[in-house]
Write a protein that binds this ligand. Structure first.
Ligand code: SAM
Ligand code: SF4
Ligand code: SF4
Length: 335
């Protein structure tokens, strides 16, 4: 097995694959309705990687030691027959762990098929337990209950579930403690994600970020937190547990405590471009190669070339100027 290392000595370990750029939500921090309206040029069907193409590329990534794949989007459960993709990824030698990030509303419909296909874990995004607030955030009038039903359905199928909450000042700061109380009682890991400047359409401003430290200190004043060792090198979330319990809470502090020095993640966009950073301005077109009859060895060489040149550290060097640069949207590249 060949291990790929980039210029800053980070090896390629995991792969996120976006399976659609479409979504049934319009979360204000991700796909603001004013931009992602009826005229928005979402990708056409023929531009999107097929399941066969995704599986072939996953096989090549696994030859470089990638063991974990996360499917994301847009809303991945909008991609027709997603369990079929999971089933074929599950058969790729070397892929040990297939996870999904979803807004959860289609989980009651698909959880059983997803589990049977080989899915191991689900991260469900939910930012509030208050219908009024949640409807304002997702901007599509979607209530909280369908998401909670999705979480239940995934648990009933034996999938490991975590809940992701993005915190944006003025939008969801009052939701932190109700979410903590509820998911602590449920024994479900809740992970707080700092509001990030992904893409250029979400009106990001540093003033709207509530830091990991602020959220940690707030929770700690109600429930003392103990830190938990990372499960593996490059784990993105900083982990804690509520003292005296096994229930964890995590923080993804991309803005205030960056983790570029241990970033081992590659991203494959819906239309087959390889990105080495969430904040990249462009990706390397693997689809063009796949559809141009490139051999596995040629694809390997291309991926090797991209990764070995990689020098990304956007979060470490974020400045006012870099924030304004043209970046890829979250719904296109997946979180
Ligand atoms: N639709 C799925 C969902 O919401 O889980 C998957 C795609 S979504 C882009 C992946 C993750 O990115 C979600 O947990 C979402 O909350 C997070 N996210 C979206 N925009 C964000 C932003 N501006 N800052 C931080 N996290 C963001
Ligand atoms: Fe859709 Fe997920 Fe983005 Fe919300 S965060 S708009 S659910 S892709
Ligand atoms: Fe990785 Fe880029 Fe995020 Fe740094 S900013 S942790 S290099 S994705």
């Amino acid at each position: 097995m060949e291990h790929l290392v980039d210029k800053r000595a980070r090896s390629l370990r995991d792969l996120r694959i976006s399976v659609t750029d479409r979504c049934n939500f319009r979360c204000r921090y991700c796909m603001p309705k004013e931009i992602f309206g009826a005229d928005y040029p979402f990708l056409e069907r023929e531009e999107i990687l097929s399941f066969e193409e995704i599986t072939r590329l996953a096989g090549i990534f696994s030859e470089f030691g990638v063991e974990k794949i996360r499917l994301t989007g847009g809303e991945p459960l909008l991609r027709k027959n997603l369990p079929d993709l999971i089933e074929s990824l599950y058969k790729v030698s070397g892929i040990e762990d297939i996870a999904l990030t979803t807004n959860g509303v289609f989980l009651p419909k698909y959880a059983k098929q997803l589990k049977e296909a080989g899915l191991t874990r689900v991260n469900v995004s939910l930012d509030s337990l208050n219908d009024k607030v949640f409807k304002k955030i997702n901007d599509m009038g979607r209530g909280v209950q369908p998401v909670l039903d999705g979480i239940k359905a995934a648990q009933q199928e034996g999938l490991e579930v975590k809940v992701n909450m993005v915190v944006k000042k003025g939008l969801s700061d009052d939701e932190i403690m109700p979410m903590v109380h509820y998911f602590k009682k449920e024994g479900i890991t809740l992970r707080f994600i700092e509001f990030m400047d992904v893409g250029t359409t979400n009106g990001w401003n540093y003033k709207d970020v509530i830091s990991k430290k602020e959220i940690h200190d707030l929770i700690n004043s109600h429930y003392p937190l103990e830190s938990v060792e990372p499960g593996y090198f490059g784990e993105v979330a900083k982990r804690y547990r509520y003292a005296g319990t096994d229930t964890e809470v995590g923080f993804i502090s991309s803005v205030t405590e960056s983790f570029c020095s241990s970033c081992t993640r590659a991203r494959l966009s819906t239309d087959g471009k390889l990105f080495t950073c969430l904040f990249a301005q462009s990706g390397f077109d693997l689809k063009e190669m796949v559809r141009g009859n490139a051999s596995d060895e040629e694809l390997k060489q291309a991926i090797r070339g991209v990764w070995e040149k990689r020098d990304d550290r956007y979060s470490e060097i974020r400045t006012e100027e870099s924030q304004k640069s043209r970046k890829i949207e979250m719904s296109y590249i997946g979180g």
